[in-house]
Design a binder for this molecule. Structure first.
Ligand code: PLP
Length: 282
């Protein structure tokens, strides 16, 4: 099993993270998760452009271009014979004596990437999942895919400890996003999803979903929606790289619609499948 470690492909057992890596000590860095189907990366350009942008937003100028990263990641997929799974990658601000201010800009970023075999979540896609509601207590730069995930981790843990798959977060009355996914609702045939702003991560799955819906004539409204809208929605679903388009059939103790995946959600799943197939084959 091979990993990318500071630009080189090496055995995982050879990779050693320094105890003063700023990613390890401060969560000072950014990451991405990219889906691989049939040994091909799905929406790789979008993910790689996003990690460059996330880095820029925390004052890190990555030294890799999208194409350089793509080339390295493709080599890693081949080396590991990865067919269906994910690539996790992260850049931290590098190794320096522990001190809050950024180290000098000539300190090299730490770049790590590795692969994992993951099957598509077929049972969840088919049957849907349960979610809880949770006040969104995270910071105000949720558009950055930062290594600091404590708020997300705590929200997810609360969901899991209640036998649920996801925590739907809200700031007061406004629904923001899941702990590791974006949330959309369907009401009277229209899809509503929180606009890309500092309060959510602008998911690549979310963007692809909007694209395929608009192409198929499903009306999309990118506006904040309320807890009341969520409670009275016909259908609710989450979207993410690993969970794709997963129906939500129960929130806290209340069924969504009939308590089964909705008609439009299933149609969007079909459109999303077609997008995967056209980019990565079937
Ligand atoms: N929102 C958060 C907080 C996430 O962690 C993720 C993905 O892990 C998403 C949204 C969905 O983003 P994407 O579709 O790019 O995976």
């Amino acid at each position: 099993n091979y990993v990318i470690f500071n630009g080189n492909i090496i055995e995982r057992s050879e990779a050693n993270v320094d105890i003063e890596d700023r990613g390890y000590q401060f969560g000072d860095g950014v990451y991405e998760v990219i889906r691989v189907y049939n040994s091909k990366m799905f929406t790789a350009t979008e993910h790689l452009e996003r990690i460059i942008l996330s880095a820029k937003k925390i004052g890190m100028e990555l030294t890799y271009t999208v194409n350089e990263m793509k080339e390295l990641l493709t080599q890693l997929i081949t080396k590991n014979s990865l067919e269906h799974g994910t690539i996790y990658m992260q850049f931290s601000r590098g190794v320096a004596p522990r001190n809050h201010p950024y180290p000098p800009s000539d300190v090299a970023h730490s770049f790590v990437a590795y692969t994992k075999e993951v099957a598509r979540p077929l049972a969840n896609l088919e049957n849907g999942v349960k979610a809880i509601l949770k006040e969104d207590i995270r910071w105000l730069l949720c558009d950055i895919k930062s290594l600091n995930l404590l708020g997300n981790v705590m929200a997810k843990q609360e969901a899991v400890s209640q036998g649920c798959y996801e925590a739907i977060q809200h700031r007061g009355e406004v629904v923001t996003e899941g702990s590791s996914s974006n949330i959309s609702i369907i009401k009277d045939g229209t899809l509503y999803t929180h606009p890309a702003s500092n309060l959510i991560l602008n998911g690549i799955t979310r963007r692809k979903m909007i694209e395929v819906c608009e192409k198929d004539g499903i009306p999309v409204v990118e506006e904040p929606f309320s807890l009341n809208d969520l409670n009275t929605a016909d259908e609710v679903f989450l979207s993410s790289t690993t969970s794709e388009i997963t129906p939500i059939v129960q929130i806290n103790e209340k069924q969504v619609g009939e308590g089964v995946p909705g008609v439009l959600t299933k149609r969007i799943q079909g459109l999303f499948d077609a997008a995967i197939e056209s980019e990565c084959g079937s």
